[in-house]
Write a protein that binds this ligand. Structure first.
Ligand code: GAP
Length: 482
C-alpha cells in the first residue's frame, strides 16, 4: 500500500476531498465526502460511546486503580483570550520558521532534514547552491481573529488550538452542577485550529482538525496509577477496532522529554505509509499534566521551569499573565480533604484516527468475479462498527419482483443503519463497489428468495455467503455489527 493509492481511493470513492477544490484548493484544509463523513462520525461515536456513555461507573474496570466517573462537555471554539495566556499557548505555542529568499519557500526549521529543495528535489532544503535561507523566526500557531467591529488589538481573540482548555475552565462548573465525585473524566470532541507552517501528508497535519480529548481529574497520590491505566486503555481501544498490526506502537517519552511536573507521557503512534521505513506518526498523546493547568487558571500562568511550580512573574514582579482568581480546588465530601486535582490527558486526533483506520483497512486481494474468474479487488476491511455503510441490498436482476422484495428489506434496515440499495449492473461489480467502500455485508435477493423468503448475506472478508430468512435481516445485521 502506498499513500498515492490511499489518497486516490479517498477522492474516487468520496472519503476525503481537498477543501475549496474548484478554486484550486486551500493548503491544510480537507472536506469529508459521503463515505468519509460516516466513517469519521462512527469513529467519534465509538470513542464517545466507549469512553463516556457506556462507561461503567459502578464497578472497577479491568486494570483500573478504582471506580471512576465519566461525563462530557461541548465548549466554544473562541474563548476568553486570557485562557491562552495562562495555558502557555500565547507565549510558547511556537514553531521556528525559515524562508528561502530564492524560491520563496517557507519551512518549519525542524522539518528541514529530509525536505526536498523546491529548486532541486534531489537535494535537501538549504543544500542547493542557490538556496538563501533566512535565520529561523518564531511563529505562533494560533489563528488570530477579532471580536466586534472596532478591530483593535484589545479585541484580538484566538481560534482554540486544542479542546483541552475548554474542559479546564469548566471544571468547577461541572463539579458544581453535577453530583460527580473524583476521579472524574470530562470528555470533549471538537474542532481545533493550528496555523501549521507546512501542512502536509494529506489530513495528518491540517490547519483545521478535530480532537477527542479527556481531562481526567484525580487525587495527586493516585495520578501515577491513573496515568498507566489510561495509557494502556487507549492503546487497547485502537487495537479493538482493528488497528492491531505491527504498524501501531506505544512510545513512552524518555525522562528528558518530559515537563518536569509530569510523571509520564506516552504517544500512540502509527506507521503511516507516507513515512519512511521505521518512522511513526502520532495518533494520540497520553500525558500526566499534574496540577499545571488548573493552578495556572487559578493563580496565573505557572513557570514550567520552576520546581515546585511557581507563578511566572513579569518585569514588574507581578504575575506575567494573571489567572481567573477562582478557586478550582476540589473538596472530597467523604474525607473533607481539599486539593487541586492532578490531570491525566488522553488527547486523540479524530482525523489522524480516521486516516490510520483507512490505511489499516486497505487491502488488495483476489476474488472470483461473476464468471468464477479470479480478479484483483481493492477492499477496505473496516471494523463493522466503523464501516460507513453497514450493508448493501441488491436484487440479483431488475425483474420478477426481486427489486420490490429487496427494497422492502432495504427500508427495514435503513431505520437503524446506513444501508445502500443498488440494482444497477452485474451483481459481481456491485459487490466490488461495496468492497471498496468497506461495506461488511451484502444482502442479495435472488430467484430462490421469491419462493422461500430467504436471501443470501455475503461477508466482505471471507466472501462466504449464508442463506438467511429475509425477515431476519435486521436482527442478523444488528448482531454482526454490534
Ligand atoms: N491537549 C493536548 C494536545 O492538543 P497535541 O499532541 O498537540 O496535544 C493531540 O494534539 C492530538 O491532536 C495529536 O495526537 C493529533 O492526533 C491531533 N493533532 C494535533 N495537531 C494536528 C494537526 N495539525 N492536524 C491533525 N491532527 C492534529
Amino acid at each position: 500500500m502506498d499513500m498515492e493509492q490511499i489518497v486516490s481511493l479517498c477522492k474516487r470513492r468520496g472519503f476525503v476531498f481537498q477543501s475549496s477544490e474548484i478554486y484550486g484548493g486551500l493548503n491544510g484544509f480537507w472536506d469529508y465526502g459521503p463515505l468519509g463523513v460516516e466513517l469519521k462520525r462512527n469513529i467519534k461515536h465509538a470513542w464517545w460511546q466507549d469512553m463516556v456513555l457506556a462507561h461503567d461507573d459502578l464497578n472497577v474496570l479491568p486494570s483500573a486503580p478504582g471506580v471512576y466517573s465519566m461525563t462530557g462537555i461541548d465548549s466554544t471554539i473562541i474563548m476568553h483570550p486570557q485562557i491562552w495566556k495562562c495555558s502557555g499557548h500565547y507565549d510558547l505555542f511556537i514553531d521556528k520558521m525559515v524562508d528561502c529568499r530564492e524560491c520563496k519557500g517557507r519551512f518549519r526549521e525542524d522539518h528541514i532534514p529530509g525536505t526536498p529543495c523546491p529548486l532541486k528535489p534531489s537535494k535537501q532544503v538549504g543544500q542547493h547552491d542557490k538556496c538563501s535561507l533566512t535565520d529561523p523566526r518564531d511563529f505562533n500557531l494560533m489563528f488570530k481573529t477579532t471580536l466586534g467591529a472596532l478591530g483593535t488589538e484589545e479585541d484580538a481573540a484566538f481560534l482554540r488550538p486544542e479542546t483541552a482548555q475548554g474542559i479546564f475552565v469548566n471544571f468547577k462548573n461541572v463539579i458544581d452542577s453535577t453530583r460527580y465525585r473524583l476521579p472524574l473524566g470530562i470528555a470533549q470532541i471538537g474542532k481545533s485550529f493550528r496555523n501549521e507552517i507546512t501542512p502536509r501528508n494529506f489530513t495528518f497535519r491540517s490547519r483545521e482538525f478535530e480532537q477527542m480529548e479527556i481531562e481526567f481529574f484525580c487525587h495527586p497520590n493516585e495520578s501515577a496509577d491513573w496515568y498507566r491505566y489510561w495509557r494502556d486503555r487507549r492503546m487497547k481501544w485502537y487495537q479493538d477496532y482493528g488497528v492491531g498490526s505491527e504498524r501501531l506502537r506505544l512510545r513512552e517519552h524518555a525522562a528528558d522529554e518530559l515537563s518536569h511536573y509530569s510523571i509520564g507521557t506516552a504517544d500512540i503512534e502509527y506507521a503511516f505509509p507516507f513515512l519512511s521505513e521505521g518512522e511513526y506518526g502520532e495518533l494520540e498523546g497520553i500525558a500526566h499534566r499534574g496540577d499545571f493547568d488548573l493552578r495556572s487558571h487559578m493563580e496565573g500562568k505557572l513557570d514550567e521551569k520552576t520546581r515546585p511550580l511557581q507563578v511566572q512573574l513579569g518585569p514588574d514582579g507581578k504575575p506575567k499573565w494573571r489567572g481567573s482568581g477562582k478557586d478550582l480546588s476540589y473538596r472530597d465530601d467523604l474525607t473533607n480533604e481539599k486539593f487541586v486535582p492532578h490531570v491525566i490527558e488522553p488527547s486523540a486526533g479524530a482525523d489522524r484516527a480516521t486516516l490510520a483506520i483507512i490505511c489499516e483497512a486497505y487491502h488488495e486481494d483476489e476474488a472470483p468475479d461473476e464468471d468464477g474468474k479470479s480478479q484483483k479487488r481493492t477492499v477496505l476491511r473496516f471494523h463493522p462498527r466503523l464501516a460507513p455503510i453497514k450493508a448493501a441490498v441488491f436484487p440479483l436482476v431488475k425483474k420478477d419482483g426481486m427489486p420490490e422484495m429487496a427494497k422492502e428489506i432495504y427500508l427495514s434496515l435503513k431505520k437503524q443503519f446506513n444501508v445502500f440499495y443498488d440494482e444497477k449492473g452485474a451483481v459481481g461489480r456491485r459487490y466490488r463497489r461495496q468492497d471498496e467502500a468497506g461495506t461488511p455485508y451484502c444482502i442479495t435477493v435472488d430467484g430462490q428468495s421469491l419462493q422461500d423468503g430467504t436471501v443470501t448475506i455475503r461477508d466482505r472478508d471471507t466472501l462466504q455467503q449464508e442463506r438467511i430468512k429475509a425477515a431476519d435481516c435486521l436482527q442478523v445485521v444488528r448482531d454482526k455489527v454490534n
